[in-house]
Design a protein around this ligand. Sequence first.
Ligand code: PLP
Length: 415
Amino acid sequence: MLNNSIHYIQNELYCDDVPVQSIADELGTPVYIYSLKRVLDNLAHIRAAFGELNPHIHYSAKANASLAVLHTIINAGAGIDAVSSGEIYKALRVGTKPEDIVFAGVGKTRDELRYALEQNVGWFNVENVLELQHINDLVAELKRQPTRVALRLNPDIIAPTHKHIATGHKAAKFGLSIETVKNVLANRSQYPNVRIEGIHIHIGSQLHDTEATRQAVMVALDCIKPYSDIRTFNIGGGMAVRYSPDEAIPRWEDFGAAITPLLKDYQVILEPGRSIIADAGMLVISLLYSKVQGGEPIYITDGSMAELIRPALYEAHHEIVPVIQASAGSPQKAYHIVGPVCESADALGHNIQLPEIEPGALLAVLTAGAYSMAMASNYNQRPRPPEVVVAEDGQSWRLARRRETWEDLTATEII
Ligand SMILES: Cc1ncc(COP(=O)(O)O)c(C=O)c1O
């Protein structure tokens, strides 16, 4: 979606003050472009929306773990939510203080836990009783002081979102059941090397109401009521962004208002991912060919599900717009926007209203900053695209990751 940073100036798409066409002319397509100004605006917006609670913000690196993005967010005073030792490694590479890292994840290996302990990460969000035992044992093995833990509760709440990104219903693989959390807390003396000082929930991503979150918070509060030393409440991420003009989503202020009265007495942690980076980014692609199949017009582009899998994976919608707008009144048609990958699911959009454009013309897939490059693959042996950041003052751009080469495709292989 267009916004203050991703916008048209006289019919030409800009990222802040930089014409998108000028970046594509130099680097080719596909290319991801991010506005660091928009990233910082979103971070400030979230802080304001939860103002009274003064939450610690731990950016969820899984949404977009590019070093340039992480660095900008860390410099603005946020911490990191990591779900693998790779994400912890990248967070540390950009200067995140270890205590500002929370380590979540449903399947942390012992090696990952050991690495995180050696690095002194701030919090372990625990999702399995055996994991808690591993942490307890590793702390002893490494001769460390007891480490801080939050139990991730599965509150058995159905989140109002796509089924693939709902995580808080009882059959989901995430978190500990209510009974398990109560049990662990009642028996915490069995884990002398961990300090269970927090509770964690994350019921899903792209949440379409605040009520499910409020209910989940209530369930969690009930579990920790008897334990006055549990003073940290991590409510996860999940705040939605608008992918199309008619998508009805709660404002971030609504999330703040829904939980503030409940959590006034707690130190609150938020783990926003999508809400910080999604609408700061776009994927710029070029038209290769057009055709009409079964009466339906199709634009075949050089962008594919390998660069942006969300439409194929979640039937997600992204607005797709021309980088140079057609003159007013030009006829438009509803196009399927597809890529070169050999899968019928390889589409970036369906029924996208666009004018007739010529091969070589650029299209921008909007709101593509989150879960895009982070989920990109080399499927069909496609080198992954470069990433560009437009500086915080909006005036200049630089390469944040170069385009992969054919050599990169074989660099780790042995014949
Ligand atoms: C535990 C946890 N925290 C935070 C997030 C970030 O969610 P979002 O990008 O919707 O803010 C996720 C994403 O799934 C998650 O699993």
